[in-house]
Write a protein that binds this ligand. Structure first.
Ligand SMILES: [Zn+2]
Length: 185
């Protein structure tokens, strides 16, 4: 018997790990996940955005701009919580959102040499421009991951209402194909 076909690629595997991690975030506005991958495709660390250890999710503020004072970004958590910090040099990081300038600094200082991101909706912000400037200066490769068609995800939403606008408020990640099916009778 020959091996199974149709299995997902490494890139899809790691990006989905980052996405799964993002779903642990308690941030009501932005959920980001990251997955650090070393040699031999070994996962070295995984993380999502949240308050520092011991700072209660119920006591610290989730409102902007107050939360910015406290939240640790996914990249920082994935890197600094790695069990294999000594192996991070030369690794790759998969992240669901292009890194901000502060995470870019950590990525550089720990010797990560490739950044693979899913979304770059803040690409024109001064933070992202600064990240790219630093990545370019030190030769860190960065590129956007687009799920191959056969690895993309599809959600079918059955609408039990005459009014489709009832469900149009549902938000999905960019790579998720959404199909609405009317089941109202
Ligand atoms: Zn960041």
């Amino acid at each position: 018997m020959s091996k199974r076909t149709g299995y997902i690629s490494w890139d899809t595997y790691f990006m989905r790990m980052a996405e799964t991690s993002s779903q642990r975030s308690k941030d009501p506005n932005t959920q980001v996940g990251a997955c650090v991958v070393g040699e031999e495709n070994m996962i070295l660390g995984i993380g999502y955005n949240g308050f520092p250890r011991g700072c209660s999710d119920d006591e610290f503020p989730w409102e902007k701009p107050d939360k910015y004072l406290y939240v640790c970004h996914a990249e920082m958590n994935a890197l600094l919580n790695s069990n294999y910090l000594n192996l991070v040099k030369g690794s790759k990081i998969y992240v669901t959102l292009f890194p901000c300038n502060n995470c870019a600094k950590i990525i550089i200082q720990l010797g990560v040499n490739e950044v693979i991101y899913l979304d770059d909706k803040y690409k024109d912000s001064i933070e992202n421009i600064a990240s790219r400037k630093m990545f370019d200066a030190v030769g860190i490769k960065y590129w956007q991951y687009i799920y191959p068609e056969n690895e993309s995800r599809k959600v079918i939403i059955e609408i039990n209402s005459k009014d489709e606008s009832d469900v149009k408020c549902i938000q999905m990640p960019n790579d998720v194909e959404v199909e609405f099916r009317q089941i109202y009778e």
